[in-house]
Structures are given as structure tokens and as C-alpha cells.
Design a protein around this ligand. Structure first.
Ligand code: NDP
Ligand code: MG
Length: 390
């Protein structure tokens, strides 16, 4: 029986890895929607290869180029944010949410509303709107399978276990591009230097977030929102090799570690084949050759994001949306050369001070209220960046 699948963010790093797994057994799948942003060539080529029902670009002005690129095929074309959400409403058995940033939230929510299985790579949607996403899934009987490697690892370690018996969860962190840099050098780091990860090939934004540890900070919120762990149950452990992705500690003192190569195709394939397992083209680890694995506590002072996120988790509610919005705006500022690497945490810190003042945490959460918290955070981040440059 063929399964129908859609991939949001098909032109990105996770999207390409997802298509690669589907390509292994094309007869088993029928591709409904593929979406992308600016990379029209890649989107059109994937839509043609997989004979997608529809290809959607997020950008209205690129509709004509997409239409031209798909001329002579049966693939429907569409563009814009509404078209993305409409594509998420098309029935599909399995939907990959791999758009980068807040833009992944509306189609992710719409996909959940149809009661499908959502493979969730777009961590920003859980950070900004965790309660809304989980409640939407619960109401429509949809399933969310985490794709972020740490959360896939936790999910796998929890197989057959009672959540009540979990004492703690340990999320590992490679330390990113600057883990061995002297602290004083960080303020001079360029986007190009930040975008080179020691262990994982990923999209540019998440790679820079790994260097600043905002990625890990977001993963703490993901773990809280998705599994329902409390803030003080979730720990971060530095682990240079990125071979253990997470560990779950139980009340009898046992620790279940998930060990595997640093290759997202494992977590994507796990989410695709869940609850079964199928062959995946990933490296089989030779632990004798690897010899040793290293662990360390995060060095205090090096990663302010890990401190800031604890306040966000304690505040709850819309604090996640404010945190994510200000972080995304600060990352844009760093990429454009408006602020320094170390200023990103300062911009987010100011937003967190604001959150505690305007009591964001309390209001009921809807897509509109989350959009508003995101919008306000981005405006305030622009003000903070302007002030930092004064
Ligand atoms: P990429 O930057 O490689 O890809 C992002 C995708 O989103 C592309 O298809 C891009 O289109 C599309 N996109 C960009 N902006 C918009 C927008 N405004 N509206 C709609 N679509 C848009 O990112 P990754 O694949 O690395 O990451 C995707 C998500 O998965 C992120 O949330 C990331 O945090 C998460 N993740 C990624 C991991 C990885 O290994 N890469 C690991 C764990 C989580 P285009 O390129 O055509 O412009
Ligand atoms: Mg991760």
C-alpha cells in the first residue's frame, strides 16, 4: 500500500534528506505537496522527480518562475503563506514540517488539524507555540514524531517506559563552531565562521544557533513542551563527538542512552517508519575504532543562551514566542552585519526583561496571540539592535 506524504521545506537540508530516504523506495510513497522558499530550481526538480501533486513556494513573487520551471508537467503550482497553509490541509498520511523559523508554525498547525502524523523538525513552532501545537494534536488525534535528533533519541529511549518513572533527561551538545575559541575572540566571530559546524551538516541558521547555543536552548523548551518534563528535569551535557544524542534517567538509576552517527537521516527515517523500523543508509558505528567518548558540563559564561532559556521556561505561555521572535531577529541582525555574535544574547536578554514586565505568560494561546507576541518581540529586537549600535 502506498503512503501519501508531503514535505514542507523540501528544498532545505532536512527536506533533501527526507527526499533521499523516500527515493530509496519510491513505489512505497505518493508525494502530495512539496514546498520551498527561494530555491525554485530545487523545488521544481524535486516536484518533477517525485511527480508531486502540488509545488508551493512561500514567496508570491516567485509564482511565475515556479510555473515556468514546471511547465509541461502535471504538477500544480501555488505561492504565498496562505497557499502553504492550504497545501497543509491536503490529505496526507505523513507530513514533514521542515521549514526553518516561525514561518513553519501555520502550516504545521494546519497539518495537525487534519489528524495526520507530523514529523516535526521545525523546532521554532514548539518553542513559540508548544501548548497550542500539542493541544491541536490532541484534539484532532494527530501524532507528532520529533525529528530533532535529541528528541528523537528521547522518544526512542522512552519506548515502552512509563513517563512517571523518568527522573531526568540529558540533552547532549557538541558546543558548535566556537567551542574551542577563547571567550574574548567571540565578539569578533563572523557569520561565515559561525556557520561551520564541527559534526553536522545543517542549514545555515541552525548551524549559527548551534555556535551560540540558542539551538540547545530551544531544544530544552522543545523537551519541556513535547514530553511535558519540568524545567529542572532537563539537563545539558557537552559531548564533542555528537554520537550520544540524549539520555533518559529513570528513578531506579538506569540511564538509557541513544547512540548513533551524526546523520539526520536516522531521525527522519525513524519518524517515517514509526512504529516500525526499516533499513536506513546511515553509517554503522565502530565503537572500538572510536575508542572514547568525552563529556563535560557546559562552561559557565560561554553560553548565555542556556541561562536565558531557564527564565523563558519558568515564565511559560507566550514567553517562548517572544524568545524565538527576538532570537530570529537578532540572528538576522548578525547575518546582516548589524550586530556582533555576542550581541545576539544581549538582544534576547532585553526581550526577556520585557516579558516579565508585560506578563506575556498569562493570556490564552491562539495562532493570533502567538503571532502578536512574535511581532512585538521582533519590533523590540530592532530597537535593541539600534540602541546597541548607538
Ligand atoms: P534549511 O535552511 O536548510 O532549509 C529551510 C527550508 O525552509 C527550505 O526549504 C527553505 O526554502 C524554507 N524556507 C525558508 N524560509 C521560509 C519561509 N519564510 N517560508 C516558507 N519556507 C521557508 O534548514 P534546515 O533544513 O537545516 O532546518 C529546517 C528546520 O529543521 C529548522 O527548524 C531547524 O531548526 C530544524 N532542524 C534541522 C536540523 C538539521 O540537521 N538541518 C536538525 C534538527 C532540527 P528555500 O531554501 O527554497 O528558500
Ligand atoms: Mg538537535
Amino acid at each position: 500500500m502506498t503512503r501519501s506524504v508531503s514535505i514542507f521545506g523540501a528544498t532545505g537540508s532536512i527536506g533533501a534528506n527526507t527526499l533521499e530516504i523516500i527515493r530509496q523506495d519510491p513505489e512505497a510513497y505518493r508525494v502530495v505537496a512539496l514546498t520551498g522558499g527561494r530555491n525554485i530550481k530545487c523545488l521544481a526538480s524535486a516536484a518533477t522527480e517525485f511527480n508531486a501533486e502540488i509545488a508551493v513556494t512561500a514567496h508570491d513573487e516567485l509564482l511565475e518562475s515556479l510555473r515556468d520551471a514546471l511547465e509541461g508537467t502535471d504538477v500544480e503550482v501555488a505561492a504565498g503563506e496562505k497557499a502553504l497553509v492550504d497545501a497543509a490541509a491536503r490529505p496526507a498520511d505523513w507530513i514533514m514540517s521542515a521549514i526553518v523559523g516561525f514561518a513553519g508554525l501555520p502550516p504545521g498547525l494546519r497539518a495537525l488539524e487534519q489528524g495526520t502524523t507530523l514529523a516535526l523538525a521545525n523546532k521554532e513552532s514548539l518553542v513559540a507555540a508548544g501548548p497550542l501545537l500539542m493541544e491541536t494534536a490532541r484534539r484532532s488525534n494527530a501524532r507528532i514524531i520529533p525529528v530533532d535528533s535529541e528528541h528523537s533519541a528521547i522518544f526512542q529511549a522512552l519506548n515502552g517506559e512509563d513517563l512517571q518513572s523518568v527522573e531526568r533527561v540529558i540533552i547532549t551538545a557538541s558546543g558548535g563552531a566556537f567551542r574551542d575559541w577563547p571567550l574574548e575572540a567571540l565578539s569578533k566571530a563572523t557569520p561565515e565562521q559561525a556557520a561551520s559546524h564541527p559534526n553536522w551538516p545543517m542549514g545555515e541558521r541552525i548551524t549559527i544557533d548551534s555556535a551560540s547555543m540558542f539551538n540547545k536552548a530551544m531544544e530544552l523548551i522543545e523537551a519541556k513542551e513535547f514530553f511535558g518534563f519540568s524545567t529542572d528535569q532537563i539537563e545539558v551535557l557537552m559531548h564533542r563527538e555528537s554520537l550520544i544524542h540524549a539520555l533518559v534517567g529513570f528513578r531506579d538509576g538506569g540511564l538509557m542512552a541513544h547512540v548513533g552517527p551524526a546523520d539526520m537521516r536516522h531521525a527522519i527515517g525513524y519518524a517515517l517508519h514509526h512504529p516500525g523500523r526499516s533499513h536506513l543508509p546511515v553509517e554503522r558505528l565502530d565503537l572500538a575504532r572510536i575508542g572514547q567518548l568525552n563529556f563535560q558540563s557546559p562552561e559557565p559564561g560561554r553560553y548565555p543562551a542556556l541561562v536565558l532559556v531557564r527564565e523563558v521556561m519558568a515564565a511559560g505561555g507566550h514567553a517562548g514566542a517572544a524568545f524565538n521572535g527576538s532570537k530570529e531577529a537578532a540572528l538576522d541582525g548578525f547575518l546582516d552585519g548589524r550586530i556582533r555574535f555576542t550581541d545576539m544574547a544581549r538582544v534576547v536578554e532585553r526581550e526577556i526583561e520585557n516579558i516579565s514586565m508585560d506578563g506575556h505568560g498569562k493570556a490564552a494561546m491562539t495562532l493570533e496571540s502567538v503571532r502578536e507576541a512574535d511581532r512585538v518581540a521582533r519590533v523590540r529586537a530592532q530597537e535593541s539592535m539600534a540602541e546597541l549600535n548607538r
